[in-house]
Write a protein that binds this ligand. Structure first.
Ligand code: SF4
Ligand code: SF4
Length: 291
């Protein structure tokens, strides 16, 4: 069983378009939507939820009013200005626990906080694990790890050959959580200067974690100069560009119809995605690294 993470460095480059198309092409895969802050794979795959569980992301402080003498000790010590009128603002509280140590009355307790939910769903392309982080909640890296762990358990149980992970944008903790232990990453970029910049950052990250990486240039034909620049940079780094997807209205039309582009039609985009899938799966099959 192999794990492929599709990342982009930033949102809006077509990462979910590629993931949903790969989901259709994979004959025996499990899906993990690791973009827990703004999951969107469900918009195309229309999951039917089979299991729904709360996600406990961390703890917040609570002041027991019956024990609090209003001495004010904790108020001045809280670096996050989270205590007002001897009550804790749970949005500002970072759960550092300092107030529990400084309170002379033992009036502060830490309570686990439900920060979101995770789901196991069935889709027309197989089982999908996904999640929803609450507004203003953090620890999304931990939730990404949980989604991936659950997907791995399912893949092991059901003998799936591949886990397709739709990664979050950026290069922060959730992205690191989405690629750690993966066999390969596919970086989806676009021919803009920001696309080039973000691609370099995620390739650096993949290199740091010693994970083989490929690049897909989405809408490569909208700026041939920038596409040439991306290809040159990839060549210098020894990274293969495995996909050049043209701009085509069929991608948007497929989304509106809640289908992946390879389900929607057999046009040029679908042909390019098919070719890219063959290259990626051939490369994955050539890897000996155990998950
Ligand atoms: S746990 Fe930390 S952040 Fe939260 S109220 Fe106490 S001192 Fe402030
Ligand atoms: S330190 Fe303890 S007793 Fe003092 S104000 Fe804070 S919670 Fe109340």
């Amino acid at each position: 069983m192999k794990q492929l993470t599709i990342i982009s460095g930033k949102g809006g480059t077509g990462k979910t378009t590629i993931t949903s198309a790969f989901a259709h092409l994979a004959e025996n895969g499990v899906l993990a939507d690791s973009d827990v802050d703004a999951a969107d794979l469900y918009l195309i795959l229309l999951p039917v939820i089979k299991q729904q569980e709360p996600y406990v992301g961390g703890s917040k402080a609570f002041i027991d009013e019956s024990q609090c003498t209003q001495c004010g000790e904790c108020v001045g010590m809280c670096c996050f200005d989270a205590i007002h009128n001897f009550r804790v603002d749970t949005i500002s509280c970072e759960g550092c626990t300092l107030c529990t140590y400084v309170c002379p009355e033992g009036a502060v307790v830490m309570k686990e906080q439900i920060s979101g939910e995770w789901f196991v769903s069935s889709t027309r392309e197989g089982t999908m694990v996904h999640a929803k982080l609450g507004i203003a909640e953090d620890n999304s890296g931990k939730l990404v790890s949980m989604v991936r762990q659950k997907a791995k358990e399912i893949a092991e149980k059901e003998n799936n050959e591949i886990i397709l992970i739709d990664g979050p944008p950026g290069i922060g903790c959730p992205v690191i959580a989405s690629i750690t232990g993966a066999d390969m990453v596919l970086v989806v970029t676009e021919p803009a200067l920001s696309g080039l910049h973000d691609m370099k950052r995620v390739l650096d990250m993949a290199k740091h974690f010693n994970i083989p990486a490929f690049v897909c240039i989405n809408k490569f034909d909208i700026n041939p100069d920038n596409t040439a620049c991306i290809e040159k940079r990839c060549k210098e780094r020894g990274v293969d560009v495995v996909g050049r997807i043209p701009y085509d209205k069929s991608v948007t039309a497929a989304m509106i119809n809640r289908k992946s582009v390879v389900e929607y039609d057999c046009g040029e985009v679908s042909r390019e995605v098919n070719k890219m899938w063959e290259k990626v799966t051939a490369a994955l099959a050539g890897l000996n690294r155990k998950i």
